[in-house]
Design a protein around this ligand. Structure first.
Ligand code: FES
Length: 304
């Protein structure tokens, strides 16, 4: 039976031609969910599914295309921002205390004056200090359940979208090296919390206007605050966070506090995708804003 001629989806049978450009057979055949033959997916075996790449006629390719475009733009920009190693801090000379999230905490000997926290931990480090700290946030994002779905679809075509054939002939899931390492996401979640605390401290410190009257609120302060809030929303909407708070519980009635937290997190968890994209784009925007102020391209307007 040639399934390229059929649309056995959602219990609806659509007659040929289902795929534009494909020739119809002399005799049309109709298949429903009831009489369609399922091909089981086997770990390590041949990918299941129909022989036709897809029977979908909507713009299923748009979602993976947008994913690839945004993630590629972010990777290119962040790589440049990390290695350019300048203009990541706005200090007392401009009466501000703004640091790029890519360089915080700045703990290397090579950090520009004023950007260093209380201690230089990596006194032996003399190349870009962003490289020391990027591992935590990068690992958190890379192993995120949502991003995994997004980049598996976008970059690996595995599969590109629902009801679209996998770009690879074999399917191994995440049961083998290296993808089995994705399971360490729950630990990266905890590391991500440490960075959230640090970036929240940066946002609080951005209220300082050194040499210009102590405390104030500028656009830069607002940008760092929004960045911190979005990062917290991204973290607390994480699936690992929801499981940590409400998982492994046999009876919620015996754990009312965990139940309350779980109920609080569940609607946030449903919006994890939105928080993932918003926080990703905004973290790059925050770096760009600090960079533009630090390099003198723009001034940071004081609101009050
Ligand atoms: S699932 Fe996305 S951050 Fe945990």
């Amino acid at each position: 039976m040639d399934v390229a001629q059929l649309v056995p989806l959602a219990g609806v049978a659509i007659q040929c031609p289902a795929v534009p450009g494909r020739a119809c057979p002399a005799k049309e055949v109709v298949v429903t969910v009831d009489n369609a033959t399922a091909t089981p997916v086997v770990i390590g075996g041949t990918r299941g599914g129909p022989s036709a790449p897809t029977l979908r006629q909507d713009r299923w390719w748009l979602q993976p295309l947008v994913t690839v475009t945004i993630l590629t733009a972010f990777i290119v920009y962040s790589t440049w921002a990390i290695f350019v190693n300048k203009d990541y801090y706005v200090g007392a000379t401009l009466h501000r205390d703004l640091i790029s999230p890519f360089y915080s905490p700045c703990i290397a000997a090579s950090c520009v004056p004023g950007s260093v926290g209380t201690t230089v931990v990596a006194s032996w480090w003399h190349i870009t200090p962003a490289l020391i700290v990027m591992g935590g946030p990068l690992g958190f994002r890379l192993t995120c359940y949502y991003y995994r779905r997004a980049y598996y679809r976008g970059f690996w075509q595995s599969p590109p979208n629902c009801a679209v054939a996998d770009g690879h002939r074999r399917y191994t899931g995440e049961s083998r090296f290296p993808l089995i390492l994705q399971n360490i996401h729950r630990y990266f979640f905890l590391i991500g919390l440490i960075f959230n605390v640090i970036l929240t401290i940066d946002a609080v410190m951005a209220f300082r206007m050194p040499g210009a009257g102590g405390i104030g609120f500028s656009v830069g302060t607002l940008v760092l605050c929004v960045n911190a809030v979005l990062l917290w929303l991204y973290s607390i909407s994480c699936h690992a966070c929801r499981h940590l708070c409400g998982g492994n519980v046999r009876s919620f009635s015996r754990h009312p506090l965990r139940h309350r937290v779980w109920k609080l997190l569940t609607p946030l968890n449903a919006r994890h995708m939105q928080f993932a994209w918003a926080s990703l784009v905004f973290v790059a925007f925050t770096d760009l804003y600090v960079r533009l102020v630090a390099s003198g391209v723009i001034t940071d307007p004081k609101i009050f």
